[in-house]
Design a binder for this molecule. Structure first.
Ligand code: URA
Ligand code: SF4
Length: 250
């Protein structure tokens, strides 16, 4: 099988990001080219019409509901709402907590330091940010990045549920406790929840309608502060890769 330069470039990037994710300094001399099966994640949607339908549905949700939303107090302190971005036919969706300073300024999810770490995690999985969809539980920044309140989460979560209903991913990764607790309707901490798949109900109500698997893991900002936990996060991501049939690097 012939390896295209782009495939080799992706394989090298994946290996390097995996090493940096795990804090490994030595770069292996030989890097296996990726198997073709991995390319399935980057393939265009089976039905392009379906894909553009989802793009339009997402735009409608954003423009008619989120952009001008005043359902909670954060409307008065935000610079702008942050809907989230990425593929509109993703196999995998990442859900974080809330926009921070950079996100509030740019209107995009995960574009600051934590975002760079999330990019490393995505590339280590053999994917790109464009393959996946990235968003948050809250669409507006809490002042000084304080924790989201229960009222804010309650007001905003219908938007997240609608995003997931439109996107129909095969699996969701919940980054950190607020995302995991919101999506899985549980009070358990992230340390207890991580390491296994849970049922995420697209309706938002436990046991009602279809569910998809969700993997809770540590938030990239937490990994920046606690690098010793990176191994566990990588174990979680490898379970997601196995579910999606993505190959491990190297
Ligand atoms: N942290 C989050 O949870 N979301 C972002 O978009 C950025 C940082
Ligand atoms: Fe609306 Fe959510 Fe922003 Fe609150 S955080 S104003 S509910 S979009």
């Amino acid at each position: 099988m012939e390896w295209k330069p782009e495939q080799i470039r992706l394989a090298v990037a994946q290996q390097l990001k995996t090493d940096s994710l795990l804090g490994i300094q030595d770069v292996p001399m030989h890097i296996e080219a990726p198997s073709m099966s991995r390319a399935t994640a980057a393939q265009p949607a089976a039905d392009p019409l379906e894909d553009s339908g989802r793009t339009e549905q997402l735009q409608i949700l954003n423009r008619t509901s989120v952009v001008g939303c005043t359902k909670c107090g954060l409307a008065s302190t935000r610079t702008q709402t942050v809907f989230g971005q990425g593929s509109s036919a993703p196999r995998l969706v990442f859900v974080g907590e809330a926009p921070g300073y950079e996100e509030d300024k740019k209107g995009l999810a995960f574009v600051g330091k934590a975002g760079q770490k999330l990019t490393d995690m995505i590339v280590a999985m053999g994917l790109t940010r464009e393959d996946v969809f990235i968003c948050n539980v809250l669409k507006c920044r809490p002042p000084n990045n304080r924790d989201p309140s229960a009222e804010e989460i309650l007001a905003c979560r219908p938007y997240l549920q609608q995003q997931l209903q439109i996107l129909q991913p095969e699996v969701v990764v919940a980054l950190g406790a607020p995302a995991a607790k919101t999506l899985l309707n549980t009070a358990q901490g992230i340390g207890k929840l991580r390491g296994r798949f849970h049922d995420l109900y697209l309706s938002g109500t436990e046991g009602v309608g279809p569910s998809i698997p969700a993997m809770p893991t540590y938030h990239p900002a937490y990994l920046l502060r606690n690098p010793a936990e990176k191994r566990k996060a990588w174990d979680d991501l490898q379970m997601v890769m196995a579910l999606l049939g993505l190959e491990r690097p190297g």
